[in-house]
Design a protein. Structure first.
Lengths: 139, 147
């Protein structure tokens, strides 16, 4: 029986720049940072309150998973904003939106009240996009 | 945005939060931040708490503990860490740290340094199996792990 999801592959154009985006802008924690010699660097981050879900920042190059042709295709698709990768939850939508915007994060959709709740959509530095919703507050 | 006053209010609180994020090592007074954000101290603390679930002072302490973790992970000594992140008493730093992190600063430092060493010696044991196999077996790889 599968019990949980512990790793997700996130394909990025530049691993160092993705590190800056996820750690310094989104405030994620570095979980594992391992040099693999000529195979590159195994780098995972996790949302602050989810230490057991590792997002693996995998550079789209020929070192680990791609051949030359598929790397080129994949880089184009990611940069074009083709992939919606996941949905994040935040504790306060407007505060999180204002903070990320102040840090230069690009929003495809500003916080909007929809029939399913308050939601926004932002992109990482590669072009991957995520939706963000607000955890319901018991006030 | 439809509700302009609300967003302006949020913006000022977010700026105060970002101020704490950048100046955590200094002595920060909530009253001073409230003045800069054009709030009465009471209103500022209440609004900050409603957004972040912590008072500005509790939030400052949480930021300092997180920054302390980062320094300890790089091998900085407990004493140097304590004063670098803005605490002025080693005793209260150790007590607060243990309460938040479940370990004393030196235990935390030791466990993180050990993990870092394990990552250097056996990186593949931190990589899920299928990816590890790909790293080992892929064409032209000269990756070798320490035995």
């Amino acid at each position: 029986m599968i019990t949980k999801l512990n790793h997700v592959s996130l394909f990025v154009l530049d691993q160092e720049s993705a590190y800056d985006f996820y750690v310094n802008k989104l405030g994620f924690k570095v979980n594992t940072d391992a040099e693999m010699g000529d195979k590159g660097r195994w780098l995972t981050v996790n949302p602050p309150e989810q230490p057991d879900l590792e997002l693996t920042l995998i550079p789209i190059d020929e070192k680990m998973m791609f051949d030359k042709e598929s790397a080129e295709q994949m880089r184009r698709l990611v940069a074009a904003g083709t992939f919606g990768v996941g949905a994040f939850e935040c504790d306060d939508m407007l505060a999180t939106y204002e903070e990320l915007k102040a840090k230069g994060v690009n929003f495809k959709k500003e916080p909007t009240q929809e029939f399913y709740g308050f939601s926004a959509v932002f992109q990482d530095d590669s072009g991957n996009w995520f939706s963000m919703s607000e955890k319901s507050k018991a006030k | 945005m439809e509700n302009l006053p609300k967003i302006y209010l949020y913006r000022r609180i977010v700026q105060a939060k970002l101020f704490i994020d950048s100046n955590y090592a200094e002595s920060i007074d909530a009253g001073k931040i409230a003045d800069e954000a054009c709030y009465s101290k009471f209103h500022f603390i209440r609004t900050f708490k409603s957004i972040y679930g912590k008072t500005p002072h509790q939030y400052l302490t949480a930021v300092r503990i997180e920054k302390a973790k980062g320094l300890l992970e790089t091998g900085t000594s407990v004493t140097e860490t304590c004063f670098s992140v803005g605490f002025d008493s080693l005793g209260s730093f150790i007590t607060l740290f243990k309460r938040r992190a479940g370990l004393t600063p030196s235990e935390y430092r030791q466990s993180k340094l050990q993990r870092k060493q394990q990552i250097i010696e056996k990186p593949l044991s931190f990589v899920p199996g299928c990816f590890a196999a790909q790293i080992i077996h892929s064409k032209n790889s000269n990756f070798r792990e320490a035995k």
